[in-house]
Ligand binder design. Structure first.
Ligand SMILES: Nc1ncnc2c1ncn2[C@@H]1O[C@H](COP(=O)(O)OP(=O)(O)OP(=O)(O)O)[C@@H](O)[C@H]1O
Length: 583
């Protein structure tokens, strides 16, 4: 689980930028609470006055009212300042967490579940606020109240104080025992909330499939199971909190009885005045509230520390260097196409899986179209993942434009490459927002050019609001072929020196297939195209074909060469590729 257990340092890190507000809010809250301590003093004076058969002095009453009113005002202001600080802490934690998440390397994010990540940004950061507003401040105020009450009690009567302190020590020991249990249960509760997010995300990502499979009830049960675990851990927190609360309340009542007994005897023997005993008992009552407040504050801190440990797990992951000035403009002059070379590249995804690449060697010349073909699982997409440096090769050499890939800074490398994934993700938003994702400052001419290149002009003309039409979540309003061409247009807008195109495996209709072939042919005149080809029509037009199987390169050549020399290729060609058998 987490290394933050028992460590307060991360909390202090979050607090540091807000220490001015914390000091102000803390001081105001404290002033508000301490003003309450004036009440028993007033009671003492009043009882003494009654004893002397006179009424308490008016000025004293007036002063007490003023002190209490000022205290109430200070308390309210303090609360506001602290809540404000809490919001500031949550904002900063969320911003930093999102910043870190988006800079994580792909290999890290592949391990994590999006729903769980989401719950860390939303739910865990919210718990963090409670640590500072209710947790730390309430605890510190409670400690001051406790100390204040104890000092006042010491002034009243030493022996009675001893009785009280004895009980306080007992309560302290008990709280010390219970807190780690509350922390553990809080961590588990937050983990379950994360699991719930992950389970829900799983369903929402494949909503149609879940519906079509009639699997709604099973998925509901899975999400509800995680919710149930969160509830159970929450109940455990409530149990331990109420154990501590009840025990400390009982201890306070016991002390009250003991003080009444011992104090009564001391009053009878003349060692103590009745007024002092009354004030002492009132202070004793004052102790109950801060003890409960301290308990609640410490419980909040436990929950916050649990949340913080989950936030730190992400913050501790390595971050990638991203482009300092964001994605570059796109009206930049087209840089020359680049070539790529793989030499004896070895790579495995780890986790006990067999290597995905064994001594993979091939060269892609600058310009033109090179097609990667091979059965499913042959390692074709892995070539792209290594070229984009989503993962690092483990052996051999990869060079881009004659330079070792490790000498390229990742953002520099990615700026030179255009990457179109197989399922051509289209993001929620307008068509224009999707196109300019990698090139936010693209001019209308540049957008028009890629629309023409990718044969999307007709689509744009058909859409109700043209480029500013919403494409829906994951681009549901577009067809598969349109999504693919939007993804290609997006990649081209950045004027890549090498276009990595993972062709859709889904069947495209004849028109879309023809369009795609035309697009690839035209694009290859201005950049290198490396395409993972799943259809014969794409392969037939390629300048070079690399045949992969089982993580190795089997053969390289043109369509005509390979038909004559490679059995696997001939077999793939005979089945038009789409029905390729697994590796
Ligand atoms: N992120 C990943 N984590 C673990 N293993 C992976 C990952 N991606 C791919 N693999 C495994 O690596 C091997 C090569 O996969 P790769 O995606 O490169 O094949 P492919 O030739 O592109 O297949 P397809 O044509 O079906 O997309 C496969 O055995 C696959 O299961």
């Amino acid at each position: 689980m987490s290394r933050a257990h028992g460590s307060w340092r991360p909390l202090l890190d979050h607090l540091r930028p807000h220490r001015g507000l914390l000091a102000l809010g803390g001081a105001l809250t404290l002033a508000g609470s301490l003003a309450g301590l004036a009440m028993p003093l007033l009671a003492k004076t009043a009882v003494e006055a009654f004893g002397a058969q006179r009424s308490p002095a008016g000025p004293l009453l007036g002063l007490t009212v003023v002190v209490l009113a000022a205290g109430a005002l200070a308390g309210a202001l303090g609360r506001y300042v602290l809540e404000r600080m809490g919001e500031g802490i949550v904002y900063r934690a969320r911003r930093d967490l999102v910043d870190r998440m988006l800079r994580l390397p792909v290999c890290e994010v592949d391990r994590l579940k999006p729903g769980d990540l989401l719950s860390r940004v939303t739910s865990d950061t919210t718990l963090l606020r409670a640590v500072f507003t209710d947790g730390i401040v309430e605890s510190v105020t409670a400690v001051f109240m406790l100390v204040g009450a104890v000092v006042m009690m010491a002034l009243m009567d030493g022996p009675l104080l001893l009785v009280t302190v004895g009980v306080l020590v007992l309560v302290g020991g008990l709280v010390g025992l219970v807190m780690p249990r509350i922390r553990r249960a809080s961590v588990q509760a937050q983990e379950s909330v994360g699991e719930m997010g992950a389970a829900l995300d799983r369903v929402l990502q494949a909503f149609r499939t879940v519906k079509a499979a009639g699997a709604e009830q099973r998925e509901i049960d899975a999400v509800a199971g995680a919710a149930r675990r969160a509830r159970d851990r929450g109940v455990a927190v409530a149990w331990w909190t109420s154990v501590a609360g009840t025990a400390s309340w009982g201890a306070a009542q016991l002390t009250f009885v003991a003080v009444l007994g011992v104090g009564g005897a001391r009053v009878a023997s003349g060692a103590l005045q009745v007024s002092s005993l009354v004030a002492f008992l009132l202070y004793l009552f004052y102790l109950v509230a801060p003890i409960a407040q301290l308990l609640q504050g410490l419980t909040r801190v436990q929950g916050g520390l649990a949340a913080l440990s989950r936030i730190r797990e992400i913050e501790d992951l390595p971050a990638e260097e991203t482009s300092p000035a964001g994605p570059g403009g796109t009206d930049r002059v087209q840089a020359a196409p680049v070539g790529v070379r793989f030499e004896n590249v070895a790579f495995g995804y780890g986790g006990g899986r067999p290597p995905a690449h064994h001594e993979v060697s091939f060269a892609v010349p600058a310009g033109g179209v090179t097609a990667l073909v091979g059965p499913s699982g042959a390692g074709k997409s892995t070539v792209f993942a290594l070229l984009e440096r989503f993962y690092e090769r483990q052996g051999g050499e990869i060079s881009v434009d004659g330079r070792d890939i490790r000498q390229w800074r990742p953002f520099e490398l990615r700026a030179a490459l255009g990457y179109v994934e197989q399922d051509a993700p289209v993001l929620d938003g307008t068509l224009r927002q999707n196109l300019v994702l990698a090139a936010p400052h693209a001019s209308d001419e540049a957008i028009g050019r890629v629309l023409r290149l990718t044969r999307l002009e007709e689509l744009v003309a058909r859409l109700p609001a043209g480029l500013d039409s919403e494409v829906g979540h994951r681009g549901v309003t577009l067809s598969g072929g349109e999504r693919q061409r939007v993804a290609i247009a997006r990649a081209l807008l950045r004027r890549p020196r090498l276009l990595l195109l993972d062709e859709a495996t889904s069947q495209l209709d004849a028109v879309n297939e023809l369009l795609l072939r035309e697009v690839i042919a035209e694009v290859s005149s201005e950049t290198t195209v490396l395409v993972i080809a799943h259809r014969l029509s794409t392969v037939a037009g390629a300048d070079q074909i690399v045949v992969m199987e089982g993580g190795r390169v089997r053969a390289t050549g043109t369509h005509a060469d390979l038909l004559g020399t490679d059995d696997l290729y001939r077999e793939l060609a005979a089945t038009q590729f789409l029905a390729a058998r697994p590796a």
